[in-house]
Design a binder for this molecule. Structure first.
Ligand SMILES: *Cc1c(COP(=O)(O)O)cnc(C)c1O
Length: 225
């Protein structure tokens, strides 16, 4: 259930107090109503994350225009066109094909779109995310130079869903080292490491995260229908 207005305001203040100034807080509002976002907005928050294109589009239409919308979930190429006019950052870019589509739609909107490349760091099987070798090959190839309307801002990853803090920590540490190695192949724009969610963001920050994506600890538990 979505938290009460007071809970949202208090949760947000508490989390902000524990996050150092160099770390950006993405308030993950997926599944929660626009009213919940407005509560956080009135408390001064502007950066929100959604994982579904259509839900983000609807909320962006209704809500204040100075909100920075981050798409944090898997993005299908055929849906890029819907968010290209307004999205601030796309977190989970996991293929060159998707980058090419973002390039095309960004150019059509006369924009440069910021993206993060998703790296697969968890032990769980998933088809999403570059592995370290693929990422290195792509960055070293400089093929990204052919994408003038896409700005590579950094990397994003998700740790294994486990209570084993030591495993989560070592996965985040691994991603940080991939990030540091990648930086050498890029430029000064490559400055963002998106890692850490409600359950593990403190560990992520200790391991070098510059952007945390926090949902349930702000807005309450999600109900999926
Ligand atoms: C839902 C989601 C989050 C937020 O998860 P919480 O555990 O609720 O903080 C963060 N990142 C991604 C990619 C998500 O899909």
């Amino acid at each position: 259930m979505t938290a009460s207005d007071k809970e949202i305001t208090d949760n947000l203040a508490e989390i902000k107090a524990t996050i150092p100034p160099h770390v950006t807080l993405v308030a993950v509002s997926k599944t929660h109503p626009s009213e919940a976002i407005e509560v956080a907005y009135r408390a001064g928050h502007r950066v929100f994350g959604e994982n579904k294109v259509q839900e983000m589009e609807v909320k962006a239409t209704i809500l204040a225009k100075d909100i920075q919308w981050h798409l944090i979930g898997h993005l299908q190429s055929n849906k890029v066109k819907y968010i290209a006019p307004f999205v601030t950052l796309i977190h989970a870019v996991d293929s060159e094909k998707l980058l090419e589509e973002i390039q095309k739609r960004a150019a059509a909107n006369n924009r440069v779109i910021d993206v993060l490349l998703q790296v697969h760091i968890a032990a769980e099987e998933t088809k999403f995310g570059f592995d370290a070798a693929e990422l290195n090959e792509f960055l070293a190839s400089k093929r990204w130079n052919n994408l003038p309307n896409v700005r590579l801002r950094g990397l994003m990853g998700m740790a294994t869903f486990t209570n084993e803090d030591s495993q989560v920590r070592s996965e985040f540490r691994g991603l940080k080292s991939i990030f540091d190695a990648s930086k050498i192949l890029l430029n000064n724009d490559f400055d963002t490491l998106s890692m850490g969610m409600s359950g593990d963001y403190q560990i992520a920050i200790e391991e070098g995260s510059t952007m945390v994506r926090i949902g349930s600890s702000i807005f309450g538990a999600r109900e999926y229908r």
